[in-house]
Design a protein around this ligand. Sequence first.
Ligand code: ATP
Ligand code: MG
Length: 439
Amino acid sequence: MTDIFEKSKRTHYSNEIGPELAGQTVKITGWVHEIRDLGGIVFVLIRDKNGITQLTAPSKKLSEEMMADVRAARKETIITLTGTVQESAKAPNGVEIIPSNIDVINVSKLPLPLDPTEKVDAEMDTRLDARFMDIRKHDVSAIFKIKNEILHTARNYFYDHDFTEINTPKLVASATEGGTELFPITYFEKEAFLGQSPQLYKQMMMATGLDSVFEIGQIFRAEEHDTLRHLNEALSMDAEMSFRSHDDMMDLLEDLIQNILANVQANCQSELEDLNHELDIPKEAFPKVTYDEVVDIVNSHDVEMEYGEDLNRAAEKVLGDTMGSYYFITEWPTAIKPFYVMPLCDNPEKSTAFDLMYRDLELSSGSQRIHSYDLLLEQFEKKDLNPDSFTKYLQAFQYGMPPHSGWGVGVDRLTMVITGAKNIRETVLFPRDRRRLTP
Ligand code: ATP
Ligand code: MG
């Protein structure tokens, strides 16, 4: 018996077969995308990860057995086709393949849980329930190929800038910053939580002398909201640097985003085409707007926002319309940012905290962090937090903690912006939200 891997071994992916191969024999393997039987001629479209190729079977030119094999094709069954390439202006990539052999590799059950031929737009729930099949659609897999390019570029960028990649625990004993809801879990005889952010750990890493660290990992937030931009499990990309200011970290973030956009533009053309999406690449430096200016802008558009409040949804919307694509909000009031954020030295009511926004969507929060033990204790008191739950964190500040700054970027939200996805669920393989824990 022929080995199944030998049998299904392709010579080309769909995108590698063009008119220049006319007359040559090729072997492709993929899923049966569509079958059109016109009687005297049968067309079968075969899909692989890079495209679609057309099998053309004219009954006049082929044996009865071959026609029977072609007609036996079923949607989403995996087949291997060997045949001769022929030019055909109307077919995908300008070629069709006249079959000389067809092997069925694995048969698909029918009916299908959803139709991957992209003609019917299924409900999000139906799509997520059969996500493996949903991702067979090229305009869905394109999102994950672009997310991969984003992560690949980011990792290379960090390595090129002398960062060390770290992996901090996701099982934690207490809250990072208070405020955000946590998922409690049972940890043997104790209560524990799923980590909402690597914040405290990446700061403790500053006391190790490693200077620059980054982490790409999951964060868990037990927030009840049901929006197009929140999930209960999200991917966070965190960077922290010693001896660098919040301004330095804004520059780094901007440069990283520009690198990501340039690489997606250069390496993901066909994915952007599949998505019918044009990249928004800013030509100028990302503008900066202070929190006070934000309050004025928002109020001048008849949306209420009190000084000292976080941006509500309506405020984010008018601000996004005013500011356009990427911009930073700076000088946030110290009172509404977490305890570890460094206040401005000449005006401690204001802080070094910044958010990177894309229109009405928050992509990242960052700041200079407090490195003074005494100042941290003061902040705990002001924020009504108990220092006893932070003993091990605080210890790292008593033996030579460098001044440091950092940020965290929501990778799923960044992927939304870069792919044009309107719902964050589009950018996560198996999203976790208020109502979904499977698949
Ligand atoms: P928001 O105000 O939009 O809820 P946040 O200020 O609570 O966000 P941060 O704690 O600042 O979020 O987290 C840093 C980044 O992580 C955010 O800017 C965002 O990109 C991403 N992020 C935070 N929470 C979520 C979530 N629930 N789902 C997806 N991404 C998130
Ligand atoms: Mg934030």
